[in-house]
Design a binder for this molecule. Structure first.
Ligand SMILES: *Cc1c(COP(=O)(O)O)cnc(C)c1O
Length: 365
């Protein structure tokens, strides 16, 4: 027996979502973004489950990439932030990591490196996100330098990242795309053969289908969470992570009785309160407001009072037949992490990504 707090990771849902990404962009190759332990879902298991369906994996660091190699995952791996230090180039070359170059310093280091073999380079251009990437004005020059570097494989990929693709009414994405297109044409005009491009994160893939590029880079949609605030765009993504626990106590409270630390929730009617074995130590945000939905026996009940480290309380007055030992779903199937995230002033990305090791993952194939 063990504590009931756990995650179920549904690999079938993962593969379904991967197929959806391909349907949005059928002519593109697919880089599955599995940085940050696959957004909390387990990078090794996710990489293995997707292996035959994808072309490449992407992570944020050499450490994340090496963990995959140690687990005998042999797909090419893209380092999304490139090398933090020049000595990482050699590790990248040995391990078949492809490398993003987002600033001039990284390009200088690459030009002066002596490497055991060649690296496939991706040039990241800042078309408006203003986080990483070389300026469009110097991008042609950077593209030439990378292409001519002694240890560069043929065919530098031209990439960018969208700042507001989840806002479908905003003209900003189109402005970024225009800058990118112009650059693409300038570089093509210099006699390079077909230049591969990479634009789409999930929101771009789903919302901006004319932004198709050679390589799409879906992250959040693989895990079954829409990057759009609800109902803006219909999709049939399936949540991969379900966070579960059980009811471990039940009590009736009178009008005026208070529940939890700080006594922030007060009964306005005679109420039934269920105590659930899962708290902020298990990744459920402490700042979630009373009223957030919780599923018990597939019925919606509501968070009552502050979340404790190991427990939380739920007002189950309006749902039927609650007993100790009943299953509780905090998010997952039938209750999107995005919806819970609204009650904690954050986004589904953060909830799933910061799940602590304490909560065991059960993989369902
Ligand atoms: C994280 C990341 C992605 C994936 O973004 P989602 O919104 O999760 O689809 C794509 N590209 C880059 C450069 C990233 O850092």
């Amino acid at each position: 027996m063990s504590r009931p707090a756990k995650m179920e990771i549904n690999l079938d849902a993962l593969r379904h979502n991967c197929a959806r990404a391909k349907e949005y962009s059928p002519d593109s190759k697919l880089v599955a973004v599995i940085k940050a332990n696959a957004y909390g879902h387990g990078a090794i298991e996710v990489a293995k489950a997707l292996d035959e369906r994808i072309d490449m994996l992407a992570v944020s660091s050499i450490e994340e990439a090496l963990q995959l190699r140690t687990a005998r995952i042999s797909k090419p791996i893209l380092l999304l932030e490139g090398c933090f230090y020049p000595d990482e180039l050699e590790i990248a070359a040995i391990n078949n990591f492809e490398v993003v170059f987002h600033n001039i310093e990284q390009i200088n280091d690459f030009e002066s490196a002596k490497l055991p073999n060649q690296i496939k380079a991706w040039l990241k251009v800042d078309t408006g996100m203003h986080r990483l990437g070389v300026k469009p004005e110097v991008a042609v020059e950077c593209y030439k330098r990378l292409s001519n570097a002694a240890f560069a494989k043929d065919g530098v990929v031209l990439m960018t990242h969208m700042a507001s693709a989840d806002l479908l009414e905003e003209p900003y994405t189109q402005q970024q795309l225009t800058i990118f297109d112009e650059l693409y044409h300038n570089i093509s005009g210099m006699g390079f053969e077909t230049i591969e491009t990479s634009i789409g994160n999930s929101a771009t893939i789903m919302g901006w289908q004319d932004a198709a590029s050679s390589w799409i880079r879906p992250g959040i949609m693989l895990y079954g969470l829409s990057p759009f605030s609800d109902s803006e765009l219909k999709d049939d993504l399936r949540p991969v992570m379900t966070l579960k626990s059980e009811v471990i106590a039940l009590r009736e409270v009178k009008v005026g009785d208070k529940v939890g630390y700080g006594s922030t929730w007060q009964a306005e009617r005679p109420s039934l309160i269920a105590t659930v074995a899962l708290g902020y130590g298990d990744g459920y945000p402490r700042n979630t407001r009373s009223g957030a939905p919780v599923l018990i026996n597939n019925q919606r009940a509501y968070l009552a009072g502050r979340v404790s480290m190991d427990m939380l309380s739920v007002d189950v007055t309006d749902i039927l037949d609650v007993k100790i030992g009943d299953e509780v779903i905090l998010w997952g199937e039938n209750l999107s992490a995005n919806e819970v995230a609204d009650w904690a002033d954050t986004i589904g990305y953060e909830l799933v990504t910061r799940m602590p090791l304490r909560v065991p993952k059960h993989y369902i194939d």
